[in-house]
Design a protein around this ligand. Sequence first.
Ligand SMILES: *Cc1c(COP(=O)(O)O)cnc(C)c1O
Length: 429
Amino acid sequence: MVSLSQVPTPRAASDRAVAEDLDRSDQLAVYRERFVSPDPTLVYLDGNSLGRLPVTTAQRVAEAVTEQWGSGLIRSWEQWIDMAQSIGDEIAAGVLEADPGEVVLSDSTTVNLYKLAAAALDARPDRHVLLTDDDNFPTDSYVFQGLTAARGLELRVIETDLDAGLSTEAVQAAMDEDVALASFSHVAYRSGAIADMVAITGIAHDSGALTLWDLSHSGGSIPVPLRSAGADLAVGCTYKYLCGGPGAPAYLYVRKDRQGELRQPIWGWFGQQDQFAMTGQYDAAPGLARFLVGTPPVLSMIGVREGVAIVAEAGIGALRTKGQALTSYLIDLADEWLTPLGFRLASPRDVERRGSHVTLHHPQAWQICRALIERYDVVPDFRAPDRLRLGPAPLTTSYADVWEGLDRLRRLVESGVHESYPAQRSRVT
Ligand SMILES: *Cc1c(COP(=O)(O)O)cnc(C)c1O
């Protein structure tokens, strides 16, 4: 017979040893060493806003500066001229579900939204509606407001629940044959809710509309089923989960069979057929190159290549599995520790509907966010109107980080120290 004293007490989820066990069996744990992390006490829960710096990036950029630029000078363009396409192919193969020749690095996400949305509207001249939702990222909405205002078109905006995210039924209800283009975020920047790309693209196509997806919060963290969905167009950011560095160029995707049919509005020499013939007349390049504009930021592209290589090596499947486990663990801790302190989960509870970040609602989220950064060395971010966004990027975050971050958050709110912070927001949140 086993005496009672020999029976191990069951551990609560909030026992730190649970996090340590999860870290020991985490196959992606080794990737943490591939990133610079000079401050061991920092808990970084913002890899979904600015990914960490890969160890190799500083060296690769330094080599490009001293050797390619410093010594090679203009001769180095031989190496640089096709980088936007080759890194695009690396993103297509390792990050998205797309074919070679469908993805290219170019400009910023915002500029690419403008280029591709304009191209889509031009391709459906008999239709007058651009469909989006009110939970889309602000820059997407602004671009669409500008485009529809300039063209006298209607911007139709679906009302979306801030926590639950875009529903397929709402898209179905708003869709009709006036819609030229439907554009949404794949993962909502605030709640992390995943939109059903396959179903929504199908609904748009059934009524003859084109689709433009913003992948900024999904690319590098969850599978992006562009091919299964038959998605027409997409844009995405490289400085978040792809760890390309601040302001690194974005990528755009155009489905192969749409490339010849679409024309974007900024006719620059990188989109010109036979660019160096320097002819007087614009003649769009036949394939994806027609969506390029001007000279790309070479040094920044080098950072994108390093980040994308690590993401591809870790594998989107493994990153998705860990992202689900990390966010579920985070929610378990929040339920136990933070709900009693006035927090409420503002992300989908269903793991299949949730991307790789978790948002918590609290009326004093702004003050808590400031106090957490300044006094407790935990970096989340604040998202309006009253939410704390926690992004445990699966490539660079441990379970112990999540435990530590939430423990500090709990202690902070218990202490009430955030009450002394001004409610007035600063310029960058
Ligand atoms: C981060 C982000 C952007 C950023 O656009 P920039 O042009 O790089 O400033 C756009 N859309 C979404 C959904 C984002 O999350």
